[in-house]
Design a protein around this ligand. Structure first.
Ligand code: NAD
Length: 250
């Protein structure tokens, strides 16, 4: 059995020679920026909250004040946070590949926009973003304030009596069509697929790595803990994304 150092070297070499890389990130990559993950670990955000009571269209209908207060609290936490070494390493990897004429696509389940703030350009937001909000009736964007919303639930300026909701994908809602199509396309045609900081249980995102592997890609996982995909990837690296990623792409 290979040790972690051998695996790291192998993953580095594959990334260095790849022409097309797809990275899927989850909440774990932002954990070192101080943003709580959903599952796993004592800091998990939903240790004290039931996701079904907060991240569903039904919850918003039932208690829009609680749901929008909770999302706005999270939005402000994301604004306060800074990208960490993991985010920065991925932005550097994209720069390197682009300079060599290669292709890099970052699929993220995160809603915090930290990848973009780190300099990543080709980012596909699979679950939307908490930084943008929209009218729940017309779908038109509503500019977010720099601080908290003035009242909860915020009222939409676009339709009488309508509310404003975060532009995230709630449980039970479909992923944005364009994001899904792009994710499937790039997963099918990449040389290397790397899954980082995701518990790999939320579909369809968790299925992209299999699409990549079935089409011949080399697969890498970077996660603090083992996940359902760990035993099936070519290279499972266990540790913190902020420590491992700079070593993988330097
Ligand atoms: P998750 O909470 O289910 O899993 C996080 C994973 O990251 C776990 O496997 C954990 O072991 C691992 N992890 C924790 N700290 C790590 C670190 N420092 N380095 C490497 N790995 C680490 O998150 P998920 O799989 O992204 O779940 C999907 C849902 O979570 C999505 O719907 C997403 O929108 C949402 N989410 C996003 C954010 C964010 O935008 N930052 C935060 C919480 C949840």
């Amino acid at each position: 059995m290979r040790n972690q150092q051998d695996l790291l070297t192998m993953a580095r070499e594959r990334l260095a020679s790849a022409r097309s890389v797809v990275v899927l990130t989850g909440a774990g990559i932002s954990a070192e920026s101080g943003i709580a993950t959903f599952r796993g670990g004592m800091d998990a955000l939903w240790k004290d909250f039931d996701p079904q009571t907060l991240a569903t269209p039904q919850a918003f209908e039932r208690d829009p004040e609680m749901v929008t207060r909770w999302y706005d609290w999270r939005r402000l936490k994301c604004l306060d946070a800074a990208p960490n070494r993991g985010h920065l390493a991925l932005a550097a990897l994209e720069d390197r590949l682009s300079a060599q004429g290669g292709r890099f696509t970052l699929l993220t389940q995160n809603v915090d926009r930290l990848h973009q703030r780190a300099g990543s350009r080709c980012v596909v937001e699979l679950h939307g973003t908490i930084m943008e909000w929209r009218c729940c009736r017309t779908g038109k964007p509503v500019p977010t304030p720099s601080g908290a919303w003035g009242s909860f639930p915020p009222a939409s300026p676009h339709a009488a009596g309508a509310l404003v909701r975060p532009s995230v994908v709630w449980f039970g809602e479909a992923l944005p069509e364009a994001a899904l199509v792009t994710a499937m396309d790039v997963s099918r045609s990449c040389d290397v697929f790397m899954s980082i900081g995701t518990s790999a249980v939320v579909y369809p995102a968790a299925g992209f790595i299999k699409i990549a592997a079935d089409n011949g890609a080399f697969t890498i996982e970077v996660n603090r803990d083992p996940t359902p995909i760990s035993s099936g990837v070519d290279c499972a690296l266990h540790g913190l994304a902020g420590e491992l990623l700079p070593r993988l792409v330097s």
